[in-house]
Ligand binder design. Structure first.
Ligand code: PLP
Length: 379
């Protein structure tokens, strides 16, 4: 069997199934021409808050802005330390540095790729003011432990939930909460390829705290509560009405989309799990997995060679992320201050991980073709 145009993320196939609704919703916005702060934005915020069980959802222009606005709302001072995992997308730590705060990188768990909570507690100093756990590739970091550590040291928690919207976290008492609603603030991205993606850029913050919500609303709107009265320095960060209209339709399908991704992952697991060359994704006991990425490890073998062999049969594969943050040139300055820190797990992962096509339109036939090709290419 052969397939043409295999995509890491098939946005066109997904759009084709909802195109009638999406086209009508965009046409509606065009008819009202309320492009900024239109009705759809408020409706979407309310619907997402309902879905997440969060008190407040505040939409903004992208996920990076969401993280920046969250840190601004916490009123941190230059030099305050913010802990992030060493193995994540640059945005998580970029905003920390941009605000004059000091990023403190912490190693990750080799199985789940998420923040190692023992390393986290060791990294806390009297200057630590916030932790940004990232729910990498679609499953939650160990939020119960992270919240316990945060409350012990009186530290804020901002969840970077750009990759795990829709995932459920289960606490040891059996109660569950949606990813992104457990910390003081949760942030997400609606970048097109994210699990809840729009057709351009978008993002949002979630919180259950009324005072933080008011700060976040004000900061994202030039630091004003009353028009043209600027109480503090803010930014301009908004979600377009057209994007909100698209997101309202996609939100209705989000659980279905999560299920499609999970079914594809289950089949990948089944077909690849027995290979001694590969480590399939390890699922945490405390979080459901929404598979933003299906990321596995090549335990022995040449990763570049495997990716090349897959490309030869038309299968794309990507490395998220090839360079851990502590090795990024932009962060040299912070590493010099923390010279003797090592990150064995993120260093190992950046050498071993690769991600296979993962999206809502994968068929069992396509997953089987990809998995069989992977097995051949790791021989
Ligand atoms: C995508 C992503 C972001 C940033 O989102 P943008 O909307 O692209 O700014 C932040 N953190 C993580 C982990 C991401 O995957």
């Amino acid at each position: 069997m052969s397939f043409s145009n295999i995509a890491m993320c098939d946005l066109k196939g997904q759009y084709d199934k909802i195109s009638a609704d999406v086209n009508a919703a965009i046409q509606d916005v065009l008819n009202t021409s309320s492009f900024i702060k239109g009705r759809e934005v408020t409706l979407f915020q309310d619907e997402l808050a309902q879905y997440l069980g969060a008190k407040h959802v505040i939409a903004c222009a992208n996920g990076t802005d969401a993280l920046q606005i969250a840190l601004m709302a916490l009123d941190l001072k230059p030099g305050d330390e913010v802990i992030t995992p060493d193995f994540t997308f640059i945005a998580t730590v970029e905003v920390v540095a941009l605000l004059g705060l000091t990023p403190v990188l912490v190693d990750v768990d080799p199985d789940t790729y998420n923040l190692d909570t023992a390393a986290l507690e060791k990294a806390i100093t009297p200057r630590t003011r916030a932790i940004i756990p990232v729910h990498l590739f679609g499953q939650c970091a160990n939020m119960e432990q992270i919240m316990a550590i945060a409350s012990k040291y009186n530290i804020f928690v901002v969840e970077d939930n750009a990759q795990a919207i829709g995932a459920d976290y289960t606490f040891s008492n059996g109660s569950t909460q949606k990813a992104g609603t457990i910390g003081h603030i949760g942030c997400t991205s609606f970048f097109p390829s994210k699990n809840l993606g729009c057709y351009g850029d978008g993002g949002a913050l979630f919180t259950n705290d009324d005072a933080l919500a008011e700060e976040i609303r004000s900061i994202s709107n030039h630091g004003m509560k009353v028009r043209y009265h600027h109480d503090r320095i803010g930014v301009n960060s908004r979600l377009d009405t057209i994007q909100a209209a698209v997101l309202r339709i996609k939100l209705r399908n989000l659980d279905l989309y999560c299920d499609s991704r999970r079914s594809a992952a289950d089949l990948y697991d089944k077909l690849l799990g027995a290979s001694s060359k590969l480590q399939i994704p390890v699922r945490s006991s405390f979080s459901s997995h929404v598979f933003h990425q299906y990321t596995l490890r090549l335990l022995n073998g040449n990763r570049d060679e495997v990716i090349k062999k897959l490309a030869e049969v038309g299968i794309p594969a990507m490395v998220y992320y090839p360079i851990p943050l502590h090795k990024q040139k932009a962060f040299d300055v912070y590493q010099k201050e923390a010279k003797n820190k090592t990150f064995p797990n993120s260093a190992m992962l950046s050498q071993q991980v690769f991600s296979l096509p993962m999206h809502t339109e994968l068929t069992p036939e396509l997953v089987t073709f990809i998995a069989e090709s992977v097995l051949k290419s790791v021989e």
